[in-house]
Ligand binder design. Structure first.
Ligand code: HEC
Length: 148
């Protein structure tokens, strides 16, 4: 039992040596997405931790193995959709991302359940989903895409 605990401690300590990057790259504010304040509030509350350069890294995000999962969600999240650099995207990409937004909020896969499990306030209410849906539809309209 004692040996087991020692081995376990060593493994957990060794895990801490693998430290993923937890950084917030600086982004030009002029490139950030612009929406009406109500939509912005939802995006900031529920999406920005993974889809922007303004991630709020919780204390436990410094501890392996949580650090690995969290950093990987943020990395991938920023890669597929980064609201901090939204204006850099060409129109076709914006259309794709807005269409995916409608899909993901419709199916409830975003924000990731592992995230809302801890960040209860990030869960989208029915009203939030409706607002995001209407917003995405309007933005798509501006880009010449009709959504029914
Ligand atoms: C905990 C981190 C996290 C949060 C919070 C989060 N996402 Fe994501 N999101 C991801 C990851 C990771 C992916 C990539 C998933 C994959 O490819 O399997 C993703 C993918 C997406 C995609 C698909 C993009 C594409 O082109 O494939 C959309 C759209 C999206 N998220 C929208 C949102 C919205 C809107 C919110 C807030 C309501 C949100 N996400 C909150 C992590 C997150």
């Amino acid at each position: 039992m004692k040996t087991y605990l020692i081995v376990l401690s060593v493994v957990i300590l060794a895990m801490q040596l693998i430290r993923p990057e937890r950084t917030n790259p600086t982004a030009d504010k002029a490139l950030e997405i612009q929406t009406d304040p109500k939509v912005m509030k939802i995006l900031k509350r529920s999406c920005y931790d993974c889809h922007s350069n303004e991630t709020k890294w919780p204390v436990y995000s410094a501890i392996a193995p949580f650090s690995w999962t969290i950093a990987s969600h943020v990395d991938t999240g920023r890669e597929v959709l980064n609201y901090s650099t939204w204006k850099q995207l060409d129109d076709n990409t914006k259309v794709k991302k807005l269409q995916r937004t409608i899909q993901t909020i419709g199916t409830g896969v975003m924000p990731l359940p592992s995230y809302t499990w801890i960040h209860k306030d990030a869960k989208l209410t029915k009203a939030d989903r409706e607002l995001l849906h209407q917003w995405a539809k309007k933005e798509l309209g501006k880009l010449g895409v009709k959504v029914f």
